[in-house]
Design a protein around this ligand. Structure first.
Ligand code: NI
Ligand code: MN
Length: 228
């Protein structure tokens, strides 16, 4: 059994019972976080891109626990320079680790690393295809709608798709509905809404608009889990 716990915004903890992987750990400063950075001890940390609401506490959690940060090359090198244990990858590359298999896929967004001296180049933003405990999860990161989501669905048959719906910075609800239809996952969970005023949308509208589709939409409150 693979369980997926929503920790708020775009942060999820995926567990196979023995091991766990933390995605986009924005906990400190996240008004919707269901726990603190000190409450999590994952085996690895996956990052979709460098924006502060995704990079979040990744470096400090890696330093405290030794968890390896797995992400795209430039962001991995940046985190390594900050003292984290890292493994760099690139879009389209897949690798098996002792806790699961990861492939980075495209996302249409940006990925600057915000520093006191301005933005650093963070490499490509990404979506994450994670297979763990025999289940495949597609966490789309921050992205607009793109038709190759159909290819990601065909290629990986995700058991669960986790899609942004908050609009402004990413897809809104109607584009996320279109994305779900293209990906055809067994289950879909919305993310990246309600954390800030500018991305305030009603996730139940997303669920309602998927009523006629052969997909189970589950809206999670921060702290809630689902079994995949
Ligand atoms: Ni972003
Ligand atoms: Mn974001």
């Amino acid at each position: 059994m693979t369980s997926v716990k929503f920790l708020g915004h775009s942060c999820f903890l995926v567990s196979n019972g023995d091991q766990s992987v933390l995605i986009d750990p924005f906990l400190t400063g996240n008004p919707k976080a269901s726990c603190t950075a000190d409450d999590v001890s994952p085996d690895a940390i996956l990052l979709s891109h460098a924006h502060a609401d995704h990079l979040g506490d990744a470096v400090s959690i890696s330093q405290r626990t030794g968890a390896q940060i797995v992400t795209v090359f430039e962001l991995a090198m940046y985190c390594g320079g900050q003292g984290a244990n890292v493994h760099p990858m690139g879009i389209g590359g897949q690798r098996s680790f002792d806790w699961g298999t990861v492939k980075f896929v495209q996302a249409f967004h940006s990925s600057g690393i915000q520093t006191e001296g301005g933005f650093l180049y963070g490499g490509m933003p990404a979506g994450i295809v994670l297979t763990m405990g025999g289940k495949t999860i597609y966490h789309a990161g921050d992205t607009g709608l793109f038709s190759d989501m159909q290819l990601i669905g065909r290629r990986h048959s995700p058991d669960l798709a986790i899609l942004p719906i908050g609009d402004n910075f990413t897809m809104g609800i109607d584009d996320a509905v279109e994305a779900t239809i293209m990906i055809q996952p067994k289950k879909v969970v919305p993310m990246h809404y309600g954390t800030f005023d500018v991305i305030e949308v009603d996730p139940d509208e997303f669920k309602l608009k998927l009523t006629d589709q052969a997909v189970e939409c589950q809206v999670l409150e921060p702290g809630e889990s689902l079994d995949v």
